[in-house]
Design a protein around this ligand. Structure first.
Ligand code: 6PG
Length: 469
């Protein structure tokens, strides 16, 4: 029997789609699953592609069916299930073999697992995979964190199955150990912010301008070309224009307004804060999902305080410019987190390459990412600019679009319509362009009640104020 190039363990939606993608690209794939009765139906559905796939009910047979050094990709729930599978499979592996966790995992756990397995001579890869089921099947965007040796082994397969942008595969080794999962986490944080900004624009058009879902969908349709072009805009236009087959109403109008979350957005915020960063647009997006859960309170408070009234909403063209500014600012915050993590963990992340990987295949793919890739390359050459806000191309774009964001946020605030992510992005921009801020007063207060000391603008050293006098 011919040995397989790679083993895929976990035949849920994403694992099945990746296994089929690998087989379609000519790789021999061994598959297995905790519930072994999933294997036969998967092979049935694979049809002619099943010729390149061998299913194994027993873990030992699955491992024995792999070419050495072995590559085993797990697409299973993160956390304890991953640790259980590592414990089960490692005794069957040999030095130099690679275990890949291709799920959304907490990068801290990925770092711990990498260190544990490295001590046993095994490679552990944290692979961020984006693009949902369709992406996994036809070309995901992938962010690999792991050793150079494991990348050499994985690379031909990863590049063959990944999405491509202008012929360049949207996959790369971004750094060691947890770097891939970290970058994927921040991708998801940006995804949360982008989705929330879009939802806020929808809210302004629905509640401020009194537009119907289909009309709003048509506005998003109009943004599908040009600077706002993105997968999430396409998705939004389609969702808003879909009709519920049961009632004939707009589908979006019969969907309950409580958003779920699996945790990656929250991880982004937690890690950003630990790194001394504040990704306020992403924080607002995570927070807004939590607020959405408080349905009963929202109803009671609307009855008590009244609903926001119709507002004088800016035209669609202004909303589009505001969207452009807020989206750019949310991305800039995401890249600031990546920059901080790169320094803290000594990862040497190539931020421009990360933007390139995100140009196709992933959920946040957009024209903006192509422009950001160029801007980040130019920042490499002029590191003193420090921030995407100041990068060539981006600064001019902000200058042109921030006034619209200010107009939209102002109109929303005046009408009482919530725009937490857009206003947070705007506040960040305003804080970042304020050469003289207000933290001098914070320092005075800290020194007053805690004798924490402060630095003066006019002389060196640590100083205290005359509070006791
Ligand atoms: C992707 C997505 C994918 C998924 C996340 C976020 O890049 O393909 O980010 O990983 O959508 O699970 O989901 P939640 O919104 O449930 O947190």
């Amino acid at each position: 029997m011919q040995l397989a190039d790679i083993g895929v363990y976990g035949l849920g939606t994403m694992g099945s789609a990746l296994a089929l993608n690998l087989a379609e690209n000519g790789f021999r794939v061994a598959v297995s699953n905790r519930e072994s009765d999933w294997i036969a139906p998967f092979l049935d559905e694979a049809g002619p592609m099943a010729r390149g796939i061998v299913g194994h009910a027993r873990l030992a047979d699955f491992v024995a069916g792999l070419e050495r050094p072995r590559v085993v990709l797990f697409m299973i729930p993160s956390g304890a299930p991953m640790d259980e599978m590592i414990a089960a499979i490692t005794p069957m592996l040999a030095k130099g073999d690679t275990i890949i966790d291709a799920g959304n995992a907490d990068f801290n756990e990925t770092r711990r697992r990498s260190a544990d397995l490295a001590a046993q001579g095994l490679h552990f890869v944290g692979l961020g995979v984006s693009g949902g089921e369709e992406g996994a099947r036809t070309g995901p965007s992938m962010m690999m964190g792991g050793s150079v040796q494991s990348w050499d082994r994985l690379r031909p397969m990863a590049e063959a199955v990944a999405a491509r942008f202008a012929g360049v595969p949207c996959v790369d080794r971004v750094g060691p150990d947890g770097a891939g999962h970290f970058v994927k986490t921040v991708h998801n944080g940006i995804e949360y912010a982008d989705m929330q900004i879009i939802a806020e624009l929808y809210g302004l058009m629905r509640d401020g301008a009194g537009q119907e879902a289909a009309e709003i969908g048509a506005v998003f349709d109009g943004w599908r070309e040009g600077p706002l072009q993105s997968y999430l805009v396409d998705t939004t236009a389609a969702v808003l224009q879909a009709v519920d087959p049961l009632t004939g109403q707009a589908m979006v109008d019969v969907i309950e307004d409580r958003a779920g979350q699996k945790g990656t957005g929250r991880w982004t915020v937690i890690e950003a804060l630990k790194l001394g960063q504040s990704a306020s647009g992403i924080e607002a997006a995570v927070g807004a999902r939590s607020w959405s859960a408080a349905k009963e309170v929202r109803h009671a408070a609307q009855a008590r305080f009244g609903a926001a009234g119709a507002a004088d909403m800016p035209q669609a063209v202004v909303l589009g410019q505001a969207f452009e500014a807020a989206r750019l600012l949310a991305h800039a915050q995401g890249f600031s987190i990546l920059r901080a993590a790169s320094e803290a963990f000594d990862w040497s992340l190539d931020l421009a390459r990360i933007a390139e990987i995100w140009r196709a295949g992933c959920i946040i793919r957009s024209r903006l990412l192509d422009d950001l890739a160029v801007a980040l390359r130019s920042l490499d050459a002029a590191p003193e600019a420090q921030s995407l806000l100041l990068a060539p191309g981006m600064a001019a774009r902000l200058e042109a679009s921030v006034p619209a964001l200010r107009q939209v946020v102002g109109a929303a605030v005046a009408a009482g319509l919530p725009v937490p992510a857009m206003s947070a992005c705007l506040a960040w921009f305003d804080a970042m362009r304020q050469g003289r801020g207000t933290a001098n007063l914070i320092q005075g207060q800290r020194d007053f009640f805690g004798a924490h000391g402060f630095r003066r603008v006019d002389r060196d050293g640590d100083h205290h104020g005359p509070w006791g006098a």
